[in-house]
Design a protein around this ligand. Structure first.
Ligand SMILES: [Zn+2]
Length: 146
């Protein structure tokens, strides 16, 4: 089965094969200021929380652009184009975009689990060292008492 991609505005799913077919899907701009504008227009707060690296994997389908937004081959958007048609939400308030873009942090769920695991390892190491100290102290008393 082909992987499906959904449009961030109308939430319609399209099969990836359509990327080269009838349905054009635009990824978010990599340019910070233009990406911010798109996020503002799309009006989804959750998108404002994503770092650029994740936003550029998000897609907007062709139904949100006018014919003038495309180049004359109709296979690319013009650099300055932004979604303007069939919008489903009001634009985001600028205060929500004050710290846009969010920095890319690698603290994912897996990373957190790894950190917990590391902490446990450190605790075990401390316990072992603690035990070892006991042994060597005892050993010291027994072995070098005289
Ligand atoms: Zn759409």
């Amino acid at each position: 089965m082909n992987p499906r991609k959904s449009c961030e505005i109308c939430k319609t799913y399209y099969y990836a094969k359509n990327l080269e077919g009838n349905i054009f899907m635009a990824s978010f701009p990599t340019n910070k200021e233009r990406c911010k504008l798109w996020v503002k227009i799309v009006g989804n707060k959750a998108l404002a929380e994503l770092p650029l690296i994740q936003l550029k994997r998000k897609l907007i389908c062709q139904n949100h652009f006018t014919p003038h937004d495309f180049n004359h081959n109709k296979n690319r958007l013009k650099r300055t184009s932004f979604p303007s048609q069939n919008l489903t939400r009001p634009p985001l308030d600028d205060t929500l975009l004050e710290s846009f873009p969010k920095p890319f942090t690698k603290i994912t769920e897996n990373e957190m689990k790894l950190n917990q695991y590391k902490k446990k390892c450190e605790q075990i190491v401390q316990l072992v060292q603690h035990d070892h100290n006991y042994v060597s102290q005892d050993g010291g008393v027994l072995g070098h008492g005289n």
